[in-house]
Design a protein around this ligand. Structure first.
Ligand code: COA
Length: 401
């Protein structure tokens, strides 16, 4: 099979996007094309062409990702799909290889993605970097513990007001929390706040709730209601698209509001993996929390990635890194002092995939070792590496892209 790999021209953009939709078995709508034209730079789309027809596609959004101690350019890989007529012949592998080269040439040290299936991307060096927590809670079992009563108030606002009020709240939270992504105005208006009919999946319109305490906007929620009635009783659910708050009091108030919505029995959301809610409620079991793989990360340029993040104080450690796909990252690296290549003996050996799981602070080196994902080469190596990479909170990526 001889395929050509190149970016689409301007008049091929929609066809390339249509290939992704076909790979997912979905219909491409006009508003998808318009939205993606605003959000996706043409030269970040890469397609495999079989006689002028795209049969496989990948693309990436230009993000800034918050990492411990700062932020770094990260390619947000998306649109990945290969037509069923061309699957399992190495098209994805070739797209991934070329895309990682392209990301490296752009000077972006990281690539990140949400996987349709968690089995796909490990082979390309992506590791689970910010696991997601989902909640499917029983509304009637909700109560805050030690509840002094509501200090704030929530207003439902229009999409236009949301576009004014929400970004500053998000921005305050984003810059502090590893795993969160920068958002442009277009991203807000045409992405996060947009409400096309075909995104609703059986629920109603998107609502925009703004929380204020002492007159200050401190949190917000985007949500929909899926109405359902059984035997004359309301059995609907609240489907939360995003709920973020900038302080513990604001978090409590936002969830009080969301659990107070009438005519529903379930509240569904992606929740902060630091689990503030789990610790805040009287009956944590009834939140029905579950964990999934969440955000995947590929260390494309390990040296740049190590320079970009800060490390806790502690003795330096030498990591012996394996990277089959991108051998430039392989070898021994010192972390703790000035990060760089090392001639010293290694303290901990691991694959680039598993280093990605430690990079944002999701997993300690001991936890990786307990899962046979890291190996101690010198006594104390795991503990020293863990101390250096430690972060106060687990990373959180509240948005799939
Ligand atoms: C997932 C998908 C892109 C794979 O494309 P493909 O061209 O068939 O993949 P390749 O032939 O390059 O496969 C590369 C490797 O990944 C494996 N692989 C690919 N897709 C897989 C899947 N869904 N489950 C398990 N393994 C998979 C292949 O077996 C192959 O393994 P190998 O390294 O041992 O040889 C394609 O099946 C698809 O479009 N699926 C539907 C849409 C989708 O899920 N997109 C991903 C969005 S994140």
């Amino acid at each position: 099979m001889s395929l050509e790999y190149r970016s689409p021209g301007p008049d091929e953009f929609a066809t390339a996007l249509g290939t992704t939709h076909a790979a997912f078995g979905e219909e491409l709508k006009d508003d998808d094309i318009e939205r993606q034209r605003r959000l996706m730079p043409l030269d970040r789309v890469l397609a495999a062409w079989d006689a002028e027809r795209p049969v496989g596609v990948t693309a990436s959004y230009p993000f800034e990702l918050t990492i411990p101690g700062g932020q770094v350019s990260a390619a947000g890989v998306t649109w990945v799909g290969v037509l069923p007529s061309h699957r399992r012949r190495g098209v994805l592998r070739e797209l991934m290889r070329r895309q990682l080269d392209d990301i490296h040439e752009r000077g972006e040290p990281l690539a990140i993605l949400w996987a349709s299936e968690s089995v796909i991307y490990g082979r390309f060096g992506y590791g689970m970097a910010a696991p997601a927590t989902e909640l499917d809670a029983e509304r009637n079992a909700f109560a805050l513990r030690d509840d002094p009563g509501p200090p704030g108030s929530v207003r439902l606002v229009t999409a236009d007001e949301a576009a004014e009020q929400l970004p500053p709240i998000y921005e305050r939270i984003r810059v502090e929390r590893p795993g969160m992504l920068s958002r442009t105005d277009d991203w807000w208006r045409h992405g996060r706040l947009a409400d096309p009919e075909h995104w609703r999946e059986g629920s109603g319109p998107k609502f925009y709730a703004l929380l204020e305490i002492d007159g200050e906007p401190v949190g917000y929620a985007l949500y929909r209601i899926a109405s359902k009635w059984e035997h004359g009783t309301p059995q609907g659910e609240v489907r939360i698209v995003e709920a973020l708050a900038s302080s513990p009091d604001a978090t409590a108030e936002l969830w009080r509001f969301l659990f107070g919505i009438d005519l529903v029995t379930r509240v569904k959301a992606d929740a902060d993996p630091a689990w503030p809610l789990f610790l805040m409620v009287a009956d944590p079991r009834r939140l029905h929390l579950s964990v999934s793989d969440g955000l995947w990360l590929r260390l494309v340029d390990l040296e740049a990635a190590l320079h970009a993040r800060t490390f806790a104080a502690g003795e330096p450690v030498v990591l012996e890194v394996a990277d089959e796909l991108l051998p430039r990252n392989a070898g021994r690296w010192t972390v703790g002092a000035e990060p760089g290549r090392s001639e010293e003996e290694g303290d901990v050996a691991l694959d680039i995939t598993d280093l990605a799981s430690a990079y944002l602070g999701a997993f300690s080196f001991e936890r990786l070792a307990a899962a046979r994902r890291a190996r101690e080469l010198r006594p104390g190596g795991l503990a020293r590496a863990t101390a250096l990479f430690a972060t106060p909170l687990p990373p959180y990526c509240p948005e799939e892209f």
